[in-house]
Every structure is written in C-alpha cells, then in structure tokens.
Design a protein around this ligand. Structure first.
Ligand code: HEC
Length: 140
C-alpha cells in the first residue's frame, strides 16, 4: 500500500517535471524571437507608459508593493536595502540590463521563477520605451 502510494507520487512528480521542461523550452523559443525584434526606445513615451503601467506598484524613489526603480538599470537584481523581495529574486545573481529587463517585462517567470511580480507588457515597443526611460532615469 505505502509503497504503491510513494510510487505514484514520484510518477506524478516526474510527469510534472517533463511538462515544466516543455514549458521552459517553449518560453525560451518565444524570447529569442522577441529580443531580436528589440529596438532602442523613446524615453519620453517610456515615462508616460511607466506612469500608466508601473506606478500602481512602483515609484522611482520609494518602495511600494514593488521596489523603487531609479537606478535599477545597472543594479544587481533583488538588492534594494529594506525592500522585502521574494526569496527567488533575493537569491538572484545578475545585474539588470536592457536584455534582462526586456525578458523580465515579457515574462518575469522566465527570468526568476517564483518571483512576486505578476505583471507583463506584451508589446515590444512599449517595453523598449519603458526600459529606455529606466536607463535614462538611472543616469546610465
Ligand atoms: C502588480 C504590481 C506590479 C506591477 C504593476 C509592476 N511591478 Fe515590478 N515588481 C513588483 C513586485 C512585487 C516586485 C518584487 C518581486 C519579487 O520580490 O519577486 C517587482 C520587481 C520589479 C523589478 C526588479 C527590481 C529589483 O530590484 O530587482 C523590476 C525591474 C520591475 N519590477 C519593473 C517593473 C516595471 C518596469 C513595471 C511596469 C511596466 C512593473 N514592474 C510593474 C510588482 C509590480
């Protein structure tokens, strides 16, 4: 009895793992397409979009539901002192740049699985504009 139960749980885990790998493969495929379509953005339009899309959870200089974003371009991920990040983002070990931000805004899960930001920007031009605004306002 007990043996059977353990077996079926491990079988389920195996099936879950396979599905997960498939999903990751599909996502990776989509990104290659999207990143290659990236063009330098317009920071003025990026400001308008930032105010529309991001300021519900973020501000440049104060932490809200999300961390402050001035300086995020060129900053280590998950590193604003005092902001309570997900364990996943806190443990991340990379620095935000244009490509990373583009992936993040396309699908945060593809960059840091199990993070706490459930939001994305589907349009490539909008992402490029927002990223350019973040870069300029970060003084980079
Ligand atoms: C629904 C709320 C919400 C919205 C809307 C949102 N974010 Fe976030 N964002 C978060 C949260 C929460 C985190 C922290 C995630 C974690 O700890 O895993 C985060 C983290 C981030 C990070 C990582 C920061 C760091 O210090 O590593 C970036 C970059 C970011 N958001 C950019 C944006 C941009 C740009 C927009 C608008 C297009 C946006 N977010 C919209 C909630 C949001």
């Amino acid at each position: 009895m007990i043996l059977n139960r353990n077996l079926s749980i491990s079988q389920m885990m195996f099936a879950g793992g396979t599905l997960m790998l498939l999903a990751i493969g599909l996502l990776a495929f989509t990104f290659v397409e999207k990143v290659s379509a990236m063009t330098p953005g317009d920071p003025a339009n990026g400001k308008v979009l930032f105010e529309k899309r991001c300021t519900g959870c973020h501000a440049l200089d104060t932490d809200k539901e999300g961390p402050r974003l001035r300086g995020v371009y060129g900053r280590k991920a998950g590193s604003v002192p005092g902001f309570v990040y997900s364990d996943a983002l806190k443990a991340a070990n990379f620095t935000w740049d244009a490509a990373g931000l583009d992936k993040w805004l396309t699908d945060t899960e593809s960059v840091v699985p199990n993070n706490d930001m459930s939001f994305h920007v589907p349009k490539a031009e909008e992402r490029a504009d927002i990223i350019e605004y973040l870069r300029v306002s970060s003084g980079k």
